[in-house]
Design a protein around this ligand. Structure first.
Ligand code: DOR
Length: 447
């Protein structure tokens, strides 16, 4: 318990299960931190406290997404930092990393600082800019990583996501440079010579449907190469959206060699496989592609064992005209921020592969540690930052694209009924989403 009454915005969460464990308890938040935990936590809360009755709900540290496409600047017809922040808050996120494949590309401090500042103005989630590794994502010349890292946006992760840093010499230099700057390179592992014209996983389904195949080896050969390059550079490398059983095996091998390599998996690669392609509906087109059921099983097992470190959404909004067209012409990508928790609950919790503490690990603690965020993914303890999410594990809800906060509606889970729902998200002690509504901060009467 605290010694004195709490000042500023205060929130009292009553009857909540921390990490889904033990007996229900109360948690008092004030001045952006956790002030007290226990049956008498509310004693000093003062008159203006907002009380949340969280009976039956679970409290976890707020989620951290290492892989989000917010499309601003350039494609605000599909997502903005404003709408994407609302989607993130509704999905339980307190920090997201906005990928660099915007227009203009986030390969300069002007763009990365803009993304950070705009995220702070919106105030629903910390939007950390990801800087491009190479100028224009062209894979030819390193971008000014040091300038971006020392800007206001303090870029700590660099990625050409959407494109692979395919030239081994450029990748080697990027890794050497990143290690001296103390930043992370996140690789979109796709050997481009093996995926020319590819639109679907190379396998029996694509062959039958007449779709050009994207072989597993295109991903795995880059994962293996980059593990070796990271080893020699004494650097860390992070693998974006791991999609194959072979990548899980390579991660296991590389870790065994003491190589500093981490990896994420998307919710869609944990749930969906290439049988979804039968309809030719391009909502299922994504890069890397949906693979086979055996890959899905290996990814789930790898995540449960910690070989795959974390879940990252690869939230990729696309306009109707870029999806409702011929499969080959459609853009790859799917929405993910608001459905991630439910997909993880369905694929990992309901299957017994993870408990709720495990969910905290893969959706909050590990991603925060991978990029070195010291105020996220923290233990739920007195004095820690109040970046938190409340979950109703027994809720069920039916996904309807137009009801989501994103500008674009390209969810592959349309009309699916999913388990578990985020009820409240809290950023530095302030409620950013509650019962399906994002809550923008009120500042000096500006709203
Ligand atoms: O499916 C994808 N969509 N994969 C990527 O790597 C990029 C993303 C996008 O930007 O739409």
């Amino acid at each position: 318990m605290s010694d004195s009454a709490v000042t500023g915005e205060t929130v009292l969460i009553k009857n909540v299960l921390l990490y889904g464990e033990g007996d229900p308890t109360d948690v008092l938040l004030g001045d952006g931190v956790i002030v007290a935990i226990g049956a008498d936590a509310g004693t000093d809360s003062g008159p203006d406290v907002e009380v949340i009755d969280a009976a039956g709900q679970i409290l976890l540290p707020g989620f951290v997404d290492l892989h989000t496409h917010l499309r601003e600047p350039g494609r605000e017809d599909t997502e903005t930092i404003d709408s994407g922040s609302a989607a993130a808050a509704l999905g339980g996120y307190t920090a997201v990393f906005a990928m660099a494949n915007t227009s203009p590309v986030a390969d300069s401090v002007v763009v990365t600082d803009h993304v950070w500042r705009r995220g702070q103005e919106v105030g629903l989630v910390d939007v950390h800019p990801v800087g491009a590794v190479t100028v224009g994502l062209e894979g030819k010349q390193l971008a000014e990583m040091a300038t971006m890292a020392s800007g206001i946006g303090r870029v700590r992760m660099f990625s050409d996501d959407g494109h692979c840093v395919y030239d081994p010499l450029i990748m080697r230099r990027a890794l050497e440079y990143s290690s001296s700057l103390g930043v992370l390179i996140a690789q979109h592992a796709e050997e481009p010579r093996l995926t020319v014209g590819a639109v679907a996983h190379e396998g029996p389904t694509a062959a039958r449907l007449g779709l050009a195949g994207w072989p597993r080896a295109a991903e795995e050969s880059i994962v293996a190469r980059d593990a070796l390059l990271a080893r020699d550079a004494g650097a860390r490398v992070h693998i974006c959206h791991a999609s194959t059983a072979g990548t899980v095996e390579l991660m296991k091998w590389a870790r065994g060699q003491g190589i500093s390599i981490t990896a994420e998996v998307t919710p869609h690669h944990l749930l969906l496989d290439d049988s979804r392609l039968e309809t030719y509906d391009a909502v299922n087109k994504v890069n890397p592609p949906l693979r086979e059921a055996s890959d899905v099983a290996a990814l789930r097992a790898g995540l449960a064992e910690g070989i795959i470190d974390c879940v990252a959404t690869d939230h990729a909004p696309h306009a109707e005209q870029d999806k409702c067209c011929e499969f080959a012409a459609a853009r790859p990508g799917m929405l993910g921020l608001e459905t991630a928790l439910s997909i993880v609950a369905q694929t990992m919790v309901r299957t017994g592969l993870l408990d709720w503490r495990g969910v905290a690990r893969v959706m909050s603690e590990r991603p925060a540690a991978i990029v070195g965020l010291d105020d996220q993914g923290r233990p739920i303890e007195v004095g820690e930052p109040a970046n938190l999410v409340l979950i109703d594990p027994d809720a069920e809800w039916t996904v309807h694209g137009p009801d989501l906060a994103s500008v674009a509606h390209n969810t592959p889970y349309e009309s699916m009924t999913l388990p578990a729902r985020v009820t409240t998200t809290i950023l530095r002690g302030r409620i950013t989403a509650s019962d399906g509504q994002a809550r923008v901060p009120v500042r000096n009467g500006r709203g």
